[in-house]
Write a protein that binds this ligand. Structure first.
Ligand SMILES: NC(=O)c1ccc[n+]([C@@H]2O[C@H](COP(=O)([O-])OP(=O)(O)OC[C@H]3O[C@@H](n4cnc5c(N)ncnc54)[C@H](O)[C@@H]3O)[C@@H](O)[C@H]2O)c1
Ligand SMILES: O=C(O)[C@H](O)[C@H](O)COP(=O)(O)O
Length: 361
């Protein structure tokens, strides 16, 4: 992606230290690298810092500001992937019939990810409740309080950033009191950041409230997991909700574009030109097929769940967690699968609203 005149040095994200940045012009990271005063201490000529992620809680932006170093993240890059992770989980753990007719999904944090999820659920005809105090404070309508959402939602999806200060902090936003307030039989999904849910309170709540079901993609103190919590949740995955190939490439492409801006280069080729054809790029189906089966064909969260469960119980659990993420298999987004053979019907509409590409018979 970079030209021959760029000297590219690859360093393991968790072990990058200050001396590597002496003489570096650009620092590109992912979420495991803490960019702070300590790391930047010897950075004498940095002209750009970029993270190919949506989340920015690993970046001390004040530290970059005071040094006048421009910072870029990749807003929205993997929002589809996370929304599809949640849809895959929901269609795995809840019957389609109940989902459409009786269940309400609550979304806490309605930004790029939560908004994408809201769009797809609404298009599918599934009821949603939204909670986003910062948006509400700007005068936007259509939100409910966290308390109301927790007491009414059958499925609670957490998509806030991790924020530790200010008017709307999210650190331990869901703690003992909030867990006690959840509706009977609720399914809680966290694909935001681990510490948005107090994991110790969650462990206790799972004892006190066996009716609750929990799915965690993100964990407090990653990469070191509380193995007792892994054993108590219904689906446990290693922070891969956003790991579609499209999501990763989009993030990289966004940073490549910022790099071109900063260094006065021509912009890179348009993003889709980088995407290979999906390994399974079309299927012919009959009207006996289910949405759940097609979702599982593209992404089955139980594969990640099995891999994570097989990685615990070892002294080097944290290394195994990182390895699962580093060597994650290619996963594509729903749009990459062309579904053929269906006539216009309720099923074809559902599949279209889920995000698949349809070629109607
Ligand atoms: N598991 C993964 O692989 C994965 C992938 C992508 C993003 N993420 C995480 O998800 C987060 C959300 O991503 P996004 O792209 O939607 O971010 P975003 O910034 O577009 O949206 C975040 C939303 O949360 C809202 N919010 C902030 N504080 C809140 C509070 N106290 N209560 C309720 N809502 C609050 C904001 O107003 C905003 O609308 C990221 O910051 C990142 O940490 C995880
Ligand atoms: O914030 C994000 O975009 C996601 O959490 C992303 O998937 C993190 O991936 P990582 O940088 O840890 O590879």
């Amino acid at each position: 992606m970079f030209g021959a005149d760029v000297d590219l040095v690859k360093v393991a994200g968790r072990t990058l230290s200050a001396e590597y940045l002496k003489g570096a012009d650009v620092l590109l990271v992912r979420s495991v690298t803490q960019v702070n005063d300590a790391l930047l201490a010897q950075a004498n000529q940095l002209k750009m810092v970029g993270t190919a992620t949506i989340g920015t809680d690993h970046i001390d932006q004040a530290s970059l500001d005071k040094r006048g170093i421009p910072f870029f993240s990749a807003p929205g890059c993997n929002a589809n992937a996370v929304a599809e992770y949640v849809l895959s989980v929901v269609f795995s753990l809840r019957e389609e019939e109940a989902l459409y007719n009786h269940l309400t999904v609550g979304i806490v944090g309605v930004g790029n990810v939560g908004g994408r999820l809201q769009q797809r659920l609404t298009a599918l005809g599934i009821k949603v409740l939204l909670n986003d105090p910062p948006r509400q404070a700007k005068g936007e309508q259509g939100f409910v309080s966290l308390q109301e959402l927790l007491s009414r939602a059958d499925i609670i999806c957490c998509h806030t950033p991790l924020i530790t200060d200010g008017d709307f902090p999210t650190y331990h936003l869901i703690a003992q009191e909030q867990l006690a307030a959840c509706k009977a039989g609720a399914l809680i999904i966290n694909a935001g950041r681990g510490s948005v849910i107090d994991n110790q309170a969650l462990l206790i709540a799972l004892d006190e409230r066996p009716d609750l079901q929990v799915v965690l993609d993100v964990w407090e103190h990653e990469p070191r997991l509380d193995e007792s919590l892994v054993n108590r949740v219904s689906i446990a995955t290693p922070h891969i909700a956003g790991y579609s190939l499209e999501g990763k490439l989009r993030g990289t492409h966004m940073l490549r574009s910022r790099f071109a801006d900063i260094f006065g280069e021509a912009p890179p080729a348009a993003f889709p030109s980088y995407l290979p054809k999906a390994a399974i790029h079309h299927v012919h189906v009959s009207d006996e097929v289910t949405a759940k089966a097609l979702i599982r064909l593209v992404y089955d969260p139980y594969c990640d769940d099995r891999a994570l469960r097989a990685s615990i119980g070892y002294q080097d659990q944290a290394t195994r967690f990182d390895r699962l993420r580093k060597h994650y298999p290619v996963r594509r987004e729903f749009e990459s699968l062309v579904i053929k053979g269906l006539a216009e019907s309720q099923l074809s509409n559902t599949l279209k609203n889920l995000g698949f590409t349809l070629e109607l018979a």
